[in-house]
Design a protein around this ligand. Structure first.
Ligand SMILES: C[S@@+](CC[C@H](N)C(=O)[O-])C[C@H]1O[C@@H](n2cnc3c(N)ncnc32)[C@H](O)[C@@H]1O
Length: 363
């Protein structure tokens, strides 16, 4: 067996330090979860710096816990703190610019939803261990509202700010097609509906149909669509995209961060191929992981394996039979699914993103 030094791995003593750093990181993430859910960051941003008692009074929370949270946040370098030797008199503030990361849901720096991802995933720990033993799963709906909204809110800034101008408008032929009055778009697995909303906003002549299997996600997306004033052009259907009876004739059929989750990706891709009209575009956005496995992985690989262990693989395995894809869906695996679904070719589009890759599927 290779020892740590030979294989490029940390020495045992270094591993201890690294895992304790990770423990601090996971506690930071819990504190972000609490700060977001209890409105602590929002209050500091909107109502200004506060002592523990002031922040507790503003947010309907308990002063003793809020003092501990504020001290943890200052200690870990997320909040700024004024000088005072008296702990209850210290005033804490959200540093300028940090609201983009922790409060502003429109900002592409908004990363606070990771707190909800991690908290709702860890809450499923007993079910996850059962699944690891039995080969079963934990369905998406079991992770609950925090997971659903974390997914929607994490991708939302990218969708509403960049999807159309930076990505869809760059796909050959697609921009012109979607500018044609009466153009139609189908989206598989819309979740919170933000991609569908962005497309409808970016292309005012387009009608969008979204198909999602999860009833609570359908309700969430419909509410977001209604609040955006787009219910006349965006319709969210409660349907399994693998259902062979879904029909249509669409200029664009898209799936954003969804194919790796579905138990039967070939059936869903087959639906996508059936829904697109001749000359239309089938587009899949999924994780930008490497062509092949390689240890030690980079940032994206480590992030995606983390999500896979705790959310995506158990979700995909929760309906059997399952392809058991997991978050780390590499291009060769995706090409195999596409080929089995009847596509002749898969092109990787030259669209750069830190986390995602864009595939165009050719019938
Ligand atoms: C990880 S979420 C992505 C949601 C959204 N596209 C986004 O990027 O935020 C995957 C979505 O696919 C939906 N989904 C999974 N399997 C599906 C299926 N067979 N048919 C339709 N929707 C499905 C889930 O309910 C969930 O809303």
């Amino acid at each position: 067996m290779a020892d740590g030094a030979e294989s490029g791995l940390a020495a045992p003593e270094e591993l201890v330090g690294r895992l304790l750093e990770s423990a601090i990181g996971s506690m930071d993430i819990f504190a972000v979860y609490a700060g977001e859910k209890l409105g602590l960051y929002r209050s500091l941003h909107q109502e200004g710096p506060a002592t523990p008692a002031e922040l507790a009074a503003r947010t309907g929370t308990h002063e003793r816990y809020i003092r501990e949270w504020l001290e943890q946040q200052a200690t870990t370098g997320i909040l700024a703190v004024g000088p005072s030797s008296d702990g209850s008199a210290r005033r804490y503030s959200l540093p300028a610019g940090y609201e983009a990361v922790l409060v502003d849901g429109d900002s592409e720096l908004f990363v606070a939803p990771v707190g909800r991802f991690v908290a709702s995933a860890f809450a499923q720990a007993p079910g996850l261990l059962n699944a690891y033993r039995s080969g079963g799963g934990v369905p998406w709906e079991a992770y609950g509202e925090d997971m659903r909204t974390a997914q929607a809110d994490f991708n939302r800034p990218f969708f509403i700010n960049s999807l159309v101008p930076g990505y869809l408008s760059q796909v050959p032929g697609l921009d012109a097609a979607l500018k044609t009055p009466g153009a139609r778009v189908a989206e598989i697995g819309p979740g919170g509906g933000w991609a569908a909303i962005a497309i409808a906003r970016g292309y005012p002549g387009v009608r969008v149909d979204g198909f999602d299997l999860d009833a609570a996600s359908v309700d969430m997306a419909r509410a977001n669509v209604a609040a955006a004033g787009l219910s006349d052009r965006v319709t969210i259907h409660h349907r399994d995209a693998g259902d062979g009876s879904i029909a249509g004739d669409y200029d664009l059929v898209a799936a954003f961060e969804c194919i790796h989750d579905v138990p039967d990706p070939v059936s869903v891709l087959r639906t996508m191929g059936r829904l697109v009209k001749p000359g239309g575009t089938v587009l899949v956005m999924d994780e930008g992981v490497g062509e092949e496995f390689g240890a030690i992985g980079d940032f994206t690989e480590r992030l995606m394996y983390g999500f896979s262990l705790t959310v995506c693989l158990p979700d995909g395995m929760s309906h059997q039979p399952s392809a058991g894809t997991g978050t780390v869906m590499r291009p060769p695996v995706f090409r195999r699914y596409a080929e089995q679904a009847g596509f002749s070719r898969v092109d990787i589009l030259p669209l750069e993103h830190d986390l995602f890759r864009f595939y165009a599927l050719v019938p």
